[in-house]
Design a protein around this ligand. Structure first.
Ligand SMILES: *[C@@H]1O[C@H](CO)[C@@H](O)[C@H](O)[C@H]1NC(C)=O
Ligand SMILES: *[C@@H]1O[C@H](CO)[C@@H](O)[C@H](O)[C@H]1NC(C)=O
Ligand SMILES: *[C@@H]1O[C@H](CO)[C@@H](O)[C@H](O)[C@H]1NC(C)=O
Length: 443
């Protein structure tokens, strides 16, 4: 039987008479309360606020994140531990090891049969689950499904194309990292000796985290590079623990306080909103929402942006009278020769309040004050269309999606079926408030 370490807060007197035989650690008195670490009975639940070295972390197809330790798991960023076999029934049937080595959520749009499945690794076996049911034919030997990947793994994490160079999985064992290309089944082995040995790895909102002890370190999924101050204590960021506030004390804003500088959506549906020095990805809400510094993804415009639009696999960021063009991989790469002046790139003078482009068109719609002008990016030299006077003033952000155009004024937005209607309709639609569903804000 595997025993769990458990910290309990118990009155000193009771502790000494009752729990003393199981005492494992030295007590430290604090305000008359003793912290006792003792080996609890099997049915005692581990507490992640004690500082846990997780075996594996992975989200399911609905975006619930599971943290695994021994035969227990936690669902989401708050709440108590439960037995793993209550959520993933068959995990324990085969080896009775009572733990998993590694887990990840498959990203493979080319193979819907496997996409969004959670894969668990236990010794030399791999298990595939969808909707919390074990898929037929599993468990399999790891090498049967992932040739070239070793058994007894430490950690695994998915890395979709755009973040890695192709849809891939990163497997960790010691300080060896195996980059497994899903389509070609080829493996590249690397050593990231500067990274601590990861006991679990987690991709969250396009960021990659190596968990070790109760800490985590964020890394670049291609180079392994660590940027910023790490390690950080996971209890401050990935779980709600008393006395462990969020490092930055980030407060969720009220929807009525949201004030966008820019918003953009690309052909694949990736949507980003910008406000001051922060950005948020909006279309990944099943996994949660979180703001990040713009500096993390687009270093050169860290202080804020005026307008952003997506064109093909590039993202155009306008700031003052400059245009920055990035490859829309994450983290982005500024294209050589940029920034360039607005005049040179688009044939206009700054500043720009908002810009957007609709899928399959080459025309960017530029809003300056109460005027919208169209510029065809497939034509050089650029020809700038005559401006259409808009009925709405104060537009600061705009985007075009499958359901039409949205332009944002403070915490409200106007919705039009097309850029044409925005330019020429004489009927002013009712402004709608930004909702929690759109931006993760609170009412
Ligand atoms: C789940 O696991 C616990 C302990 O690991 C075991 O006692 C229990 O019988 C298991 N339940 C099922 C349904 O397998
Ligand atoms: C998921 O599993 C539940 C319970 O086992 C079942 O009721 C539901 O139909 C399943 N959903 C899908 C999409 O398979
Ligand atoms: C965890 O990270 C902190 C810095 O945030 C560091 O002081 C501490 O030594 C680390 N603990 C372990 C066990 O790595």
């Amino acid at each position: 039987m595997r025993l769990q370490l458990q910290t309990l807060f118990v009155g000193l007197a009771i502790a000494l008479s009752y729990a003393a035989p199981m005492l494992q650690d030295v007590m430290t008195a604090e305000d008359g309360i003793a912290h006792l670490k003792f080996e609890a009975h099997h049915d005692a639940k581990p507490d992640r606020c004690d500082g846990i070295q997780f075996d594996a972390i992975a989200p399911d197809e609905k975006g619930n994140t599971f943290f695994f330790k021994g035969d227990h798991l936690w669902k989401g960023f708050s709440g108590p531990a439960q037995l793993s076999n209550s959520s993933f029934k068959e995990l324990d049937d085969y080896h009775h090891l009572g733990h998993v080595d590694a887990a990840f959520r498959m990203h493979n749009k080319d193979k819907p049969k496997d996409h969004d499945h959670i894969y668990f690794f236990l010794d030399d076996k791999v298990f595939s689950y969808f909707n919390h049911s074990l898929e037929e034919g599993y468990p399999k030997d790891i090498q049967q499904e992932f040739p070239g990947v070793p058994s007894h793994l430490d950690a695994a994490v998915e890395c979709p194309s755009g973040e890695c160079t192709s849809d891939a999985v990163l497997f960790f064992k010691g300080n060896n990292v195996y980059n497994y290309d899903i389509a070609t089944k080829s493996v590249k082995q690397r050593q990231w000796a500067h990274l601590p040995d990861c006991t679990s790895a987690f991709r969250w909102l396009e960021h990659y985290y190596c968990f070790h002890d109760y800490n985590f370190t964020r890394f670049h999924p291609v180079t392994g590079e660590v940027e910023g101050v790490y390690p950080k204590d996971a209890r401050r960021y990935f779980m709600k623990c008393p006395n462990f506030g969020h490092g930055g004390e980030a407060k969720v804003p009220k929807c009525s306080d949201v004030n966008l500088d820019a918003i953009t959506s690309d052909d694949s549906g990736k949507t980003y909103a910008f406000s001051g020095p922060i950005y948020m990805r909006l279309d990944t809400h099943r996994d949660g929402r979180h703001t990040f510094p713009i500096a993390r993804a687009w270093k050169e415009v860290a202080n804020g942006v005026d307008a952003v639009f997506s064109y093909g696999d590039k993202i155009y960021i306008i700031k003052g009278d400059q245009v920055y063009i990035y490859k829309s991989a994450v983290p982005s790469i500024l294209i050589e020769g940029y920034p360039k002046s607005l005049k040179e790139e688009l044939g206009i003078e700054g500043p720009v309040n908002a810009a957007f482009m609709c899928a399959d068109h080459h025309v960017v719609h530029i809003i300056q004050g109460q005027q919208m002008r169209d510029i065809d990016l497939s034509a050089t030299p650029r020809t700038v269309g005559v401006g259409a006077p808009l009925q709405i003033s104060g537009i600061e952000a705009g985007m075009c999606g499958p359901d039409g155009v949205k332009v944002f004024v403070g915490s409200k937005y106007y919705h039009y079926k097309s850029p044409m209607l925005l330019a020429f309709s004489r009927i002013l639609p009712e402004p709608k408030p930004i909702t929690p569903d759109m931006m993760g804000c609170v009412e």
